[in-house]
Design a protein. Structure first.
Length: 802
């Protein structure tokens, strides 16, 4: 079935209420911490108080002797058992042909700690309180070493003020890789001839993901059959199992079952294989006990992989009419202390390839230096590279407009790509889109025409008002596997779906995607119900269990409906093909004459028809059945490896009002027009955009992870110091949609889960700058806290002091 036929099916485009919400809203969800196993013991980790230190000695005797303690383990125990370090899933090759530096990433520190919160020892006791008390008794002698936390300081790790701050022997200059894409010579030549060049230095502030449910693990070992079961709050249980068994513990994969039950949000931070998961699995066998660990919020701040943290210099060359000729970017990316699972892909493949944006920039060159620092590992966080690319490009584009005396929208319109497919100079080929339509609808919804009057009204109140634009494009559902493999991916990027039709015609679908807030149990059921012409209530979706789902790559990069859903569509094709054969037999017709629509099989040109349920029953009660030609049963599995990414795009417009006396910035209006192709469930998609925009505005206005530059202590280690946005920080969002269906998947969908977080930060900061420009403010780094805005006003215009 083609994408356009699919989009016309019943249920597609219907805002059905979420099936899963009954259990969530009535407290019947089953999160990892809700799972209680027999004789369950509890784990607590002893963590490094230093950002960088040599471990001189660890004394565990007192802890071992404490009440209820079952075991205390250190790096020495892990090494003795030959447990490997955590792997990185993406190999980046430096411009000089050398592979990136991949230092060991032990699950318990070996000889050195490299960030505050690094894992030093594991204490297991009968109760959590006993484990906490015993952990206090583990004595560690440290020799503190100098620490680096900023990329600007990382290179100085061997010399100067921070000599001795080389984290890993394998990377004495703290440099992990230098990577580049694009034609540098051609870009330089274009700059030499340009009529205008705009330059910009900018920081993309480091963020700490904060899912409602902190990470949690329960590991269990069954001696009888030498099997493990791991419950874990995780976004991709099969990948977790593969990495843990094949790379770290050396266990046979089939002996480990990983279950990610209900998961209370992830936003990327639960994609990765973490030390805690492996430590517990390893210790479960050693102690022959079920062990649970649930992170407290302070641990989440310290040890969940952080996001963003780029420092960039960008330059755009333009002709007299404001047409983009070339873009040149250099970025320093902070990787933190160790390479987390997908860390190396974020500032490279997922970032630089998006820097053409929705524009016809014929030449782009991007160079990225990636650095180790004494901070928590940095990895994918909602958007993963694409928010960083969009922030850089959209800030630069607005600045180009202001420097050339053009309106922000005008410059964008002059440069939009308008014909497809479009090959960018940075590898990606966009299949389809309509960027001018997104801009036009956004301008209309945002009432841009009324902005001047609103600005005058703000001025009359002594307030500043600004409008900011951001036209983003992003790439979802990273693919195909063979090309990603050639670019360094160490995993496949397909998805798997199994459709099990039961004898009564109801259906259970097993998907390799994982839902942790995205509503898959509803939208995937809509897809299946639409295709089979059955009730949505007759379809159940199972995910998150390696023991039930054949295989899966999990959920990240807004891939689930476009890759996971497409795998299910492929399985449904197989179901339909087989069911037609059964129907043909029952109606004594040829397979080729059978049509299937609205849940009924009919013989073309006759009034003969039978319902789907009758065919299902016949498949399992094959009395009148072509047993010589067809197997009984109606159960099909498919793997789908996409031929390209999907490319959602849109235009966001933000209006802010600023009180110059305090610097307080209020988002007064926010409009988002997105193109997600065919939409399965508009209500769920709007919820995704709301959440993403809230996260993006959070980054732009308040969220900021700060480490002390000298000591490497995390200064924003709790919600008292790390400001999270709340509902009353936002106006009602105005949302609109343009639909250009994806050309290469059977649903016509494009991902929607990250767009809001990608498109919104530059719209907000461009609005802040638009408001402050009359005061002489030319530059500004996120987050726009009142203090920083006030400072910017004072520095730009000392006479404005109040
Ligand atoms: N959808 C649709 N029509 C479309 C596109 C999507 O109806 N054209 C529906 C999908 O069927 C699905 C939802 O919208 O129910 C999101 O789909 P998709 O864009 O495919 O994204 P994923 O399901 O793969 O979710 C991943 C994405 C990412 S990468 C992050 S990070 C993120 C996000 O989703 N983390 C979230 N949204 C989140 N929402 C919640 N509540 N919690 C998180 O941790």
């Amino acid at each position: 079935m083609g994408a356009s036929d699919f989009s016309r099916l019943p249920h597609i485009g219907e805002s059905l209420l979420r099936k899963e919400d009954y259990r969530f809203l009535t407290g019947a969800g089953q999160y990892t911490d809700d799972v209680v196993l027999a004789a369950q013991s509890h784990a607590v980790f002893v963590r490094s108080p230093h950002a960088h230190a040599r471990i001189e000695r660890i004394r565990t005797d007192a802890a071992r002797a404490a009440p209820g303690v079952l075991g205390v383990f250190t790096g020495a125990d892990v090494a003795a058992d030959k447990v490997n370090g955590l792997p990185c899933g993406w190999l980046i090759t430096s411009t000089n042909g050398a592979p990136m530096k991949e230092p060991p990433h032990p699950i318990l520190a070996q000889g050195k700690v490299r960030y505050v919160g690094d894992h030093v020892a594991l204490v297991v006791a009968q109760t959590q309180q006993q484990a906490r008390d015993a952990a206090e008794l583990v004595e560690v002698d440290y020799e503190a070493l100098p620490a680096v936390v900023h990329v600007a300081d990382a290179a100085a790790g061997t010399t100067g003020a921070v000599a001795g701050a080389a984290l890993h022997d394998i990377a004495p200059d703290n440099h992990c890789f230098k990577w580049a894409i694009g034609d540098r010579t051609a870009v330089d030549a274009a700059f030499a001839d340009a009529a205008h060049v705009t330059r910009l230095d900018l920081l993309n502030n480091r963020l700490i993901p904060n899912a409602i449910e902190p990470r949690a693990v329960i590991a269990s070992y069954q001696r009888a059959n030498d099997e493990y079961t791991l419950y874990v709050s995780n976004q991709n249980p099969h990948v977790e199992r593969l990495l843990m068994t094949a790379f770290v513990l050396g266990l046979p994969e089939h002996k480990v079952r990983v279950i990610a039950p209900d998961v209370g949000g992830g936003f990327g931070s639960k994609i990765f294989l973490y030390a805690e998961d492996v430590c517990l699995t390893w210790a479960a066998k050693k102690l022959q006990r079920n062990i649970k660990w649930v992170a407290d919020r302070s641990e989440s701040f310290l040890c969940d992989a952080h996001g963003r943290d780029h420092s960039s210099h960008a330059e755009m060359a333009l002709d007299e009419e404001g047409r983009f000729l070339a873009l040149r970017v250099h970025t320093d990316a902070n990787l933190g202390a160790y390479l987390s699972t997908f860390a190396s892909a974020v500032p490279t493949i997922l970032y630089a390839t998006l820097l053409a944006g929705p524009y016809r920039t014929p030449l782009v060159h991007v160079e990225v230096d990636a650095w180790f620092t004494n901070t928590a590992p940095v990895d994918a966080y909602r958007g993963a590279g694409r928010p960083e690319a969009t922030y850089l490009l959209e800030r630069l584009v607005s600045r180009c407009a202001w420097e050339m005396g053009l309106e922000q929208d005008e410059l964008r319109k002059r440069n939009f790509i308008t014909s497809f497919p479009y090959q960018t100079p940075v590898a990606l080929q966009y299949d389809i889109g309509d960027y001018p339509a997104c801009m036009a609808q956004a301008q209309q919804l945002a009432d841009v025409a009324g902005f001047a009057a609103r600005r005058a009204a703000s001025t009359a109140k002594g307030l500043l008002r600004g409008i900011g634009y951001s036209s983003y494009i992003e790439a979802c559902g990273i693919a195909p596997s063979n090309i990603a493999g050639a670019l360094g991916a160490r995993a496949g990027l397909f998805e798997c779906g199994e459709v099990r039709v039961h004898p009564t015609g109801s259906v259970t679908v097993f998907t390799g995607s994982h839902s942790h807030g995205q509503g898959h149990e509803t939208t995937f059921a809509q897809v299946v119900a639409a295709r089979l012409g059955i009730a949505v209530e007759s379809v159940d979706i199972v995910h998150g269990d390696t023991g039930r789902v054949p295989f899966g790559m999990g959920t990240y990069g807004s891939r689930s409906i476009s890759v996971g859903g497409a795998a299910i569509m492929k399985a449904l094709d197989k179901i339909e093909t087989k069911a037609k054969k059964i129907a043909a037999h029952l109606m004594e017709a040829s397979d080729a004459d059978i049509d299937f629509a609205n849940g009924e099989f009919s013989v073309r040109g006759t009034d003969k028809k039978i319902p789907f349920a009758q065919v299902a029953l016949t498949a399992y009660v094959p009395h009148n059945y072509p047993l010589d030609k067809l197997e009984p049963g109606l159960n099909e599995t498919a793997f789908y490896d996409p031929t390209n990414f999907t490319f959602p795009a849109g235009t966001y417009i933000c209006e802010v009002e600023i009180d110059p006396a305090t610097g307080a910035t209020r988002v007064d209006r926010f409009t988002a027009v997105d193109d997600f192709g065919t939409i399965i469930n508009p209500m769920i998609v709007e919820g995704q955009v709301h959440g993403g925009v809230a996260q993006g505005i959070g980054q732009a206005l308040m969220e900021n992870c700060v480490y002390d530059r000298e000591t490497g202590q995390l200064l924003t280690g709790s919600f008292m110091d790390y400001a999270m946005p709340r509902a009353d920080d936002f106006p009602d969002f105005k949302l609109g949609h343009v639909c250009t269906p994806c050309t290469h998947n059977s649903l016509g969908t494009k991902g929607c889960g990250e767009a809001g977080a990608i498109g919104s930060p530059p719209a907000v900061i461009n609005a802040v700058l638009d408001a402050l420009r009359p005061l002489g403010v030319r530059d500004f780094d996120m987050p726009a806290t009142p203090h920083r805005v006030w400072q910017a006003i004072q520095q730009a215009n000392p006479s404005a002091k109040t």
